[in-house]
Design a protein. Structure first.
Lengths: 379, 456
């Protein structure tokens, strides 16, 4: 027995009043390394032990605020910076809409950090190797007795004095608690065969499980129904329609939006006479005209309509639009050429809307006037 | 007892010795349960397997098996979700809010109510996850995680707020419950006779030593968790109500919804806890710990919240009239007198009229009467969610799409199965874990706290 290392000396009391009285005496005697074990928290025990109020609330505050900040940062970054999307015309940083999640994450961070700090930092749990475990003392205090234990490392520790003190206070039983030799001498071995085998098994099971789920199971029915549902692709045949096409032709006479049929096809004279330019030139529609001219006309006609093609002879150069003849054409004639084409120039009616065509006509007029400016234009 | 305090009624009847409390609370854990328990378990497992068939069919064939269709796209699944989340609210209210108000009578029922919270939230979560259509990848849609589309979830959406609210609620409730269980696990560990139980309880108790230096922090943490859980529980049903309130559908688009939902949740939760506790106290002989006084206090809370819900119903009708908005007025007239008037009046009578019987003390203290009334309350509260979801959607802004919603057999099997799952978990809990907090009950037994004579 003598080679056993003493951890503490304990006493059990049977009423709450006795333990409070005993703790006050122990505290008055100047012991500091002592603890009280009770089956439930006793009112007034913290005062008797002269314990300061627990400061764990600060953990809640700090981590709760960290939760607040994380929520704002996460949502702000995702919705405002990383991938802003317009949703119902709401701003990219809608603080009121962030409210609920800010609150939830503050509570979550605060609660988890508080409990984690208490259990794992302050109590240093899990700890099943404490010498008090499996003692008669622990079995009593976890049920109906109130115990006090003075540790051997207390600077004022003196076994005889303590036994006398406990007996004087009316202790029911007193007993020493020793360190468990097995646990004191226990040397943990990480490279234990069983442990390594267990790790290998976990690694294998995880790999097989993840591979099986992600690469096999999710491609079996019903998980593949969404991917393999019945549908017709444009160029496939289909049994539904008589002509076996999966994509049907529009009904005869269907007119696309913005492309009302042109009534002066092959009638350039009529068009030149009867078509009236509906657009009054303005900065805005001349900008549209320039943009469309640069895209569709300039490759052959050149940016300034001088007939200087950029196609390096791959396609015949058109004549300049600054000739006397071209300048005297009516707006209607120009419009007709855009719609119907002329000589080898193809029709541009499918690329350009009505509005675009008239804007181009206006822009051509601007080019013609500015390249052939009269002296009076300078005044 | 000290004379300077007003005489308080004992929470625990008689003056049981602390050791006898250990014995009676841990008895179901150490003995083989009787025939009644197995019959009850067989019944709940039957319900559960009915639900499992419906769930398997829904998983294989998809949500097309349900009655949801235009314009009622949110039907029974959402009704059941809101119903079960609401059931959970009583647990947190009992464990957190009543703790802050220092209501000692909560100690006998807090553990059970908290467990019911956790089970109710688990049951509730099945429905929205199934409703996503492909639940096996639901997490991919619900959580903000870096993905190959570099897209994030939409934080403007109340449905996403729900994801955060419900998962936070579940996590914090679970942690709160587990923290409460640690000292009890330690007590069970020290009572354990078989080796395997001792190992299990040693692991779950984390090495708790009942040390006062620990109790000091523990009590503070319990207080902080109660303080955090209180606004949390209020926020959860508030956010659930945002799913409706932030939409523009008449009957949903009302500011009264959050407080009305919270009151309703507490109302139905208390009814469910009361129903279950009546069985538990009988089966496990806890009549002196879960006393009739405690049940009576729960009935009073039901009376209060039921009246609040009744006020909300009336106020909705008043605001519909007072707002002068035609669509709003139509929605409420349609609720009370339209196709679903039968559901509305079941809701109104079960939730508002029947609980008024609790004004009579005899009824409040009669166990068969209170049991029946609480059953009616739960029926009424389920119909409340049905009325809100279905009547508004079935008469939306486009009269050509109006339709009468009826559930399918799969819907019914899922509802039955949800009750089966919930009660199976409750029964397993009652057998496997201390259904009453041993440490907390010991602390409120007469004579368990030091008297203050010495100081004066």
């Amino acid at each position: 027995m003598s080679d056993k290392k003493l951890y503490s000396y304990t006493a059990l009391f049977d009423t709450p009043n006795k333990i409070i009285h005993a703790v006050k005496s122990v505290a008055e005697k100047g012991y500091t390394k002592y603890d009280v074990n009770t089956p439930y928290p006793l009112h007034g025990m913290d005062d008797a032990m002269k314990l300061k109020r627990s400061k764990i609330g600060w953990v809640t505050l700090v981590f709760g605020l960290l939760g607040t900040a994380s929520a704002v940062a996460m949502m702000g970054w995702m919705m405002t910076l990383d991938y802003p999307i317009v949703i119902g015309g709401k701003p990219f940083f809608p603080l009121p809409a962030f409210g609920p999640i800010i609150f939830e994450l503050s509570v979550l961070f605060g609660a988890l950090a508080t409990v984690g700090a208490m259990l794992f930092v302050i109590f240093k749990f899990p700890n099943n190797s404490h010498p008090m475990h499996d003692t008669e003392y622990m079995k009593n205090v976890s049920s109906d007795k109130y115990g006090i234990s003075i540790e051997a490392v207390d600077p004022k520790f003196n076994l005889d004095e303590i036994v006398a003190l406990f007996n004087g206070l009316g202790a029911e039983t007193t007993a020493p608690i020793y360190f468990d030799e097995e646990e004191v001498n226990y040397k943990p071995t990480i490279l234990d065969k069983k442990f390594l085998g267990f790790l290998a098994f976990v690694a294998f099971a995880t790999s097989v499980g993840v591979y099986g789920t992600m690469n096999i199971a999710l491609y079996l029915p019903p998980f593949d129904w969404m991917v393999n549902q019945d549908k017709s692709s444009p160029q496939q045949t289909s049994e539904i329609f008589a002509n076996n096409a999966s994509m049907l032709q529009p009904v005869k006479g269907t007119v696309a939006r913005g492309f009302i049929p042109y009534k002066f096809s092959n009638q350039p004279e009529q068009a030149g006479k009867l078509l009236v330019n509906p657009i009054i030139p303005s900065v805005e529609n001349l900008k549209v005209g320039k943009e469309k001219f640069d895209i569709y006309c300039s490759p052959c006609h050149g940016y300034l309509a001088e007939g200087d093609s950029r196609l390096n002879g791959k396609f015949p150069n058109p004549p300049s639009l600054h000739s006397e003849k071209a300048r005297n054409w009516s707006d209607g004639s120009l419009y007709h050429i855009i719609v119907d084409g002329q000589n080898i120039m193809p029709s541009y009616s499918s690329q350009l809307s009505k509005n675009d065509r008239w804007s181009i006509v206006n822009y051509i007029r601007v080019l013609q006037r500015s390249l052939n400016a009269k002296e009076s234009d300078l005044l | 007892m000290s004379s300077e305090y007003a005489q308080e009624f004992s929470v625990v009847e008689g003056k049981p010795s602390l050791r006898s409390l250990d014995e009676i609370i841990s008895k179901p854990l150490n003995t083989k349960p009787g025939l009644k328990y197995y019959l009850a378990l067989a019944f709940t497992l039957t319900l559960l397997s009915i639900g499992a068939v419906g769930l398997a069919a829904s998983l294989y064939y998809g949500t097309g098996l349900w009655g949801n269709n235009n314009p009622v796209g949110w039907a029974w699944p959402i009704v059941n979700f809101v119903f079960w989340i609401g059931i959970g609210h009583a647990g947190t209210l009992i464990s957190a809010i009543l703790f802050l108000f220092r209501q000692k009578w909560r100690t006998g029922i807090a553990r059970f109510a908290e467990a019911m919270t956790i089970f109710a939230v688990i049951t509730a979560m099945i429905f929205p996850i199934m409703h996503t259509g492909r639940p096996w990848i639901a997490a991919v849609w619900l959580l903000p995680y870096p993905n190959q589309h570099s897209l994030w979830v939409n934080f403007n959406s109340p449905l996403l707020w729900d994801v955060f609210a419900v998962s936070t609620y579940f996590t914090v409730s679970f942690v709160f419950w587990y923290v409460g269980l640690i000292p009890d696990f330690a007590t069970l560990r020290d009572r354990a006779t078989s080796k395997i139980k001792k190992v299990i309880y040693s692991v779950t108790s984390l090495g708790w030593r009942h040390s006062n230096r620990h109790w000091q922090h523990y009590e503070m943490v319990y207080l902080i968790l109660a303080g955090l859980a209180t606004p949390l529980v209020l926020s959860v049903h508030t956010i659930v109500s945002f799913d409706f309130a932030t939409s523009q559908l008449p009957g949903w688009h009302t500011t009264i919804l959050p407080p009305y939902f919270v009151a309703g949740a507490v109302f139905s939760g208390f009814a469910m806890v009361q129903n279950v506790l009546i069985f538990v106290r009988k089966i496990f002989n806890y009549e002196h710990i879960i006393t009739v006084d405690t049940l009576e206090k729960m009935n009073k809370i039901m009376l209060l919240t039921g009246t609040m819900v009744g006020y909300a119903y009336s106020m909705e009708l008043f605001i519909a009239w007072y707002s002068g908005v035609n669509a709003e007025q139509f929605a409420f007239v349609n609720r009370a007198f339209g196709n679903y008037a039968w559901a509305y009046w079941i809701m109104f009578s079960c939730n508002v009229f029947i609980p008024q019987l609790f004004w009579i003390k005899k009824i409040r203290r009669s166990i068969p009467m209170m049991f029946v009334i609480a059953v009616f309350v739960n029926i009424g509260m389920w119909f409340e969610r049905f009325v809100i979801v279905v009547t508004s959607l079935s008469r939306d802004f486009l009269p050509s799409s109006w339709a009468y919603y009826s559930p399918t057999i799969t819907d019914i099997s899922l509802l039955i199965g949800s009750f089966g799952l919930f009660f199976t978990m409750v029964l397993l809990f009652a057998k496997a874990l201390p259904a009453i907090s041993i440490a907390e009950v010991k602390a409120v037994v007469d004579g368990s706290q030091p008297t203050h004579h010495e100081e004066h």
